[in-house]
Design a protein around this ligand. Structure first.
Ligand SMILES: [Zn+2]
Length: 157
């Protein structure tokens, strides 16, 4: 059914819905790993560079990379507090989007920081991965929250 919302200019609304099939291709193991509460990264056996998000072929030298488990703790490299987002995430604002540094990983991992107020996030803050119980098969199946030491420090003042 079509609804007319305005006539000058003419604005009409219609129901719109689509089902899609999305393939994660050669990085499927990363998303399957999130379901098992693992962060799966890749390492190039030729030049040694490590990638998270993973790359099946090394972004530096092009050789096929191999899977390995990345650590689940790291620290905030940089962050933004989002007060506006795509429609699917507007209900969540404000939220923190951060680049996370993980030991042994040469790239930064973009993720949310949850479990604290946005104003409590800072650069070098220790964080740990937190996995969604019921996976949605998206990068949002993992977020980061303050690591236990950070939680104690905050509680103790
Ligand atoms: Zn390489």
């Amino acid at each position: 059914m079509t609804h007319v919302y305005n006539t000058n200019p003419l604005q009409v609304g219609r129901h719109y819905e689509i089902d899609s099939i999305h393939s994660y291709g050669e990085v499927s193991d990363f998303f399957l790993g999130l379901q098992k509460r693992k962060l799966l990264a890749t390492r190039c056996p030729s030049c040694g560079r490590t990638w998270l998000p993973p790359r099946r072929d090394c972004g530096a030298c092009g050789k096929p990379a191999q899977w390995f488990e990345a650590p689940l703790t790291g620290k905030v490299h940089s962050f933004s507090v989002l007060h506006f987002a795509a429609e699917a995430f507007m209900a969540d604002v404000p939220f923190v989007l951060a680049y996370i540094e993980l030991e042994g990983i040469d790239t930064l991992f973009l993720s949310r920081v949850t479990g604290c107020k946005p104003e409590d996030v800072y650069i070098d803050m220790a964080v740990r991965a937190k996995f969604r119980r019921l996976v949605d098969w998206t990068p949002n199946d993992v977020v980061f929250e303050p690591a236990p030491a950070e939680t104690k420090a905050a509680a103790g003042g």
